[in-house]
Design a binder for this molecule. Structure first.
Ligand SMILES: O=C([O-])CC(=O)C(=O)O
Ligand SMILES: [Mg+2]
Length: 548
């Protein structure tokens, strides 16, 4: 006998209770109780799903700290996956800040302390040469999405070593909650290559390898072994690289993007959400992309990834590449990125324009008069009062995007941006901020977070079995996100779809991206008569199924 629909040997009642994919806690029917050997193992009362959600909400409301709520919801995921996703999908705007940014950042910092039950796969440098075999330890046979990190740049919090596992877990929960990718096809992975974070190395509860980070050829060989092992063991799998440091994220993406199905969410996902935000802002301004001047604070892979996608978008609108690049400027720790600087990394060079040196961000604003500032620096409060006031003096409606995560690393808060600009800033941040009341008006800040992009692109890649993930798919996604924003929403200052509607808007985006994947013949399945129906039919429903 097989478990209903799951293609696994049937289990007895006690085993079912311990399997998060089958467990219904108090919602097993009378017949299931009788036939599966559950009698007596659960209380007499039979809950409806709504009653179970009410109980979860009540228990959650008793937790006073964000981390306590994170631990509670993670335990629920480990105990009853269906109920976890029902809860999450019932009110994404309320629960995402707990399972994702910003709380997931704190959870990663304390991951070794709060561990209950391990989740995902830990591939350590000690196990090199055996990665294929370890992937085979994963119980699900058809993994279609891996989110992998080596923990070196977790959000804006830096090197958290193996504690970075919280990020792949959180991202994959959102693939399911925000775009309906079935949880059984997802696999979170941490490549534990050591850590250079002394605090973790000194922490007796840290669970990763206690050695400095693997570098150079040994590191590259481990990445190669991992990527190739995934091709062997899970041939239809897409790999999402997440929260690697710049020194590795850029070369890894360059090495693999044309060889296997993969992408880097911090580079390409963040870029697409920024482009979507700019499209939204341009609707408010009634202006063109190529008329803007973008000034970035921070010149890492997220920043140049955004600029690269802005350039491609402007080129689609008929602007030359050279002109488009000239619209994007960067300030890093050494001041304005200009042609005369000799120490620049290759990926910054396309944006090193002819200009005298400028030592800091504020002076760069005065000299370049940007229409938009985009923060990818992880420096909290870098968009200070002088910066915002200068932007508000230069522009009627300045675009202000502090994109660094989590909230503790945001370049400014929503309240600061609105207050210092008299409510004129068009604002979006990487982490969530509450609406702000100013001069009798309610201003609604957007969350310019790649969560608007990666679940939707993921759903499209999953449903079409795409062979590759391209930049053009991200531009299609960005345009589709921007189109989801209604005129009434824009009027409140919000340039992204409301978070409460994320499932609906992600599915629209997924449909558009899937269409594009078929158009460019990157799908590994036949184009169906109706692509929208293909997406709808692929969506995971967090509902209990009969187990008998
Ligand atoms: O996880 C997030 O909130 C967005 C992201 O990828 C990052 O900041 O690294
Ligand atoms: Mg990230």
């Amino acid at each position: 006998m097989l478990d209903a629909g799951l293609n696994r040997p049937a289990r007895n009642g006690a085993e079912i209770l311990r399997d998060p994919r089958l467990n219904k806690i108090s919602a097993f029917s009378e017949d299931e109780r009788e036939q599966l050997g559950l009698l007596g193992l659960v209380p007499e009362g039979i809950d409806s799903e709504d009653q179970q959600i009410a109980r979860v909400r009540m228990q959650l409301s008793r937790k006073t700290s964000a981390l306590g709520k994170y631990i509670y919801l993670t335990s629920l995921l480990d105990n009853n996956e269906t109920l976890f996703f029902r809860v999450l999908m019932s009110d994404p705007a309320a629960y995402m800040p707990i399972v994702y940014t910003p709380t997931v950042g704190e959870a990663c910092q304390k991951f070794g302390h709060i561990l209950r039950r391990p989740r995902g796969l830990y591939l350590s440098a000690n196990r090199r040469g055996r990665i294929r075999d370890i992937l085979r330890n994963w119980p699900e046979p058809d993994v279609r999405f891996i989110v992998v990190t080596d923990g070196e740049r977790i959000l804006g919090l830096g090197d958290l070593g193996a504690n970075g596992m919280g990020i792949p877990i959180g991202k994959l929960a959102l693939y399911t909650a925000c775009a309906g990718v079935p949880p059984q096809v997802t696999l979170p992975i941490v490549l534990d290559v050591g850590t250079n974070n002394q605090e973790l190395l000194d922490d007796p509860l840290y669970l990763g390898l206690r050695q400095p980070r693997l570098r150079g050829a040994e590191y590259d060989e481990m990445i190669e072994e991992f990527v190739m092992a995934v091709q062997d063991v899970f041939p239809r799998c897409c790999i999402q690289f997440e929260d690697f440091a710049n020194i590795n994220s850029i070369p890894i993406l360059a090495r693999y993007r044309d060889r296997v199905c993969c992408y880097n969410d911090d580079i390409q996902g963040t870029a697409a959400v920024a482009v979507a935000g700019i499209f939204g802002a341009l609707r408010i301004l009634d202006a063109k992309m190529a008329e803007q001047t973008f000034l970035f604070l921070g010149a890492g892979s997220a920043g140049t990834g955004i600029a690269d996608l802005l350039v491609k978008t402007m080129m689609q609108e008929g602007v030359s590449e050279a002109e488009a690049r000239q619209r994007c400027w960067f300030v890093d720790s050494k001041g304005l990125v200009v042609a005369s600087r000799t120490e620049l990394a290759d990926f910054k060079k396309p944006y090193a324009h002819e200009h005298p040196p400028v030592p800091d961000f504020l002076q760069a604003i005065e000299e370049l008069r940007p229409t938009a500032i985009i923060g990818v620096s992880t420096i909290a409060k870098a968009f200070n009062q002088d910066v915002i006031e200068a932007m508000a003096r230069i522009n009627e409606r300045p675009i202000v995007f502090p994109y660094s995560n989590p909230t503790s690393r945001s370049e400014c808060t929503a309240e600061e941006a609105y207050t210092w600009s008299d409510g004129r800033a068009i604002f979006a941040a990487g982490s969530p901020f509450a609406p702000v009341e100013l001069n009798g008006q309610t201003l609604v800040p957007g969350q310019g977070n790649n969560v608007y992009i990666f679940p939707a692109v993921g759903m499209a890649v999953y449903a079409t079995e795409a062979e590759r993930v391209t930049d053009e798919m991200f531009i299609v996604a960005a345009r589709a996100v921007a189109e989801q924003v209604s005129a009434e929403t824009l009027a409140t200052g919000l340039i992204y779809p409301p978070m409460a509607d994320i499932l609906k808007s992600s599915l629209q985006v997924a449909k558009r991206v899937a269409d594009y994947i078929f158009d460019v013949e990157l799908a590994r399945i036949e184009r169906p008569a109706n692509v929208d129906e293909l997406i709808e039919a692929s969506v995971y429903q967090p509902r209990y199924r009969s187990l008998i």
